[in-house]
Design a protein around this ligand. Sequence first.
Ligand code: DAH
Length: 346
Amino acid sequence: MSQDLNHWQQQIAACQSLKQLDDLRVHLIGKTGVITGLLKGLGALSFEERREKGAEINQLKDSVQALLEVKKTDLVEFELQQRLKHESVDVTLSPRPEHLGTIHPVSRTIDEIVAYFSQFGFTVATGPDIEDEEHNFNALNIPAHHPARQSHDTFYLPNQDGIVKLLRTHTSPVQIRTMKNESLPLRILAPGRTYRCDHDATHTPMFHQIEGLVIEKNIHMGHLKSCLIDFCRHFFEVDKLPVRFRPSFFPFTEPSAEMDIGCDRSNGTMKIGEGRDWLEILGCGMVHPNVLKNCGIDSDVYQGFAFGMGVERVAMLKYGIPDIRLFYESDTRWLSHYGFSPFTGS
Ligand code: DAH
């Protein structure tokens, strides 16, 4: 027996891997292993012999098990050291070229517009995406029967404790929040997400708008026009960009206008600043006295103008992006084509 133990001890010591050791374990003490076989053979012996032999074999089995355990610990440690040696990081290697992310055209367009207006003292204001009827409609002078309030245009949320909440349909409620909470005079831009029940090649249920608001003393339509004309010429990078203001209607402005820019659609593509066509670019107007009153502002002392435009819409025009739906598909091929480098900006 001690000869056997010697032999097995050598076999265990010679194992080079955990796999080899486990095979040996099965061979010795597995269900059909050598030592298990010896134990099974005890049944044929007399009671006396069985007691003596049984004790001996069990001792042998314990010794083998202990040797296997010690060897296993050694091998685990050894294999770990081997892996650490081979998997170590060479910090002196030069960096591999990485796939760089790009700035999304929506973020880029918002940044461009904010950067332009910030030269003239505009600051960025924000408001919640989940609004109430007061800020999204009532305070903006949008009457109860207005079509925009109907549920086929507006996403209403489940009524909680009698308070109607909705996803804001435009960024104009930020005008109300700012006029109520900030001191005058005011020059703000409010970029952000807006929501409407709409889906086709030029409309998505979620899109972005950027709102502008100026409230000061002695502000008139001339300020509105020069501000927006200069902005469009700068944004579209066309010095003599033709522009026109068409009378329009928004409940929160009086007078209201839509601003168009000159373009050419004659050969299937859109060229901004050329040709004889017009393209609607934004809505604007002088802030309605009722809106000022709703925010506690005396319209005999302060006036102002406001404007709102679709971010995706102006991005599509400036960067020649044909389908609005692709803005939100996170297709990396689209993003690397239309996105902007964070380092060079192009
Ligand atoms: N809120 C309007 C819309 O979603 C856009 C707009 C028009 C905003 C005129 C304004 C404005 O501030 O003066 O269609």
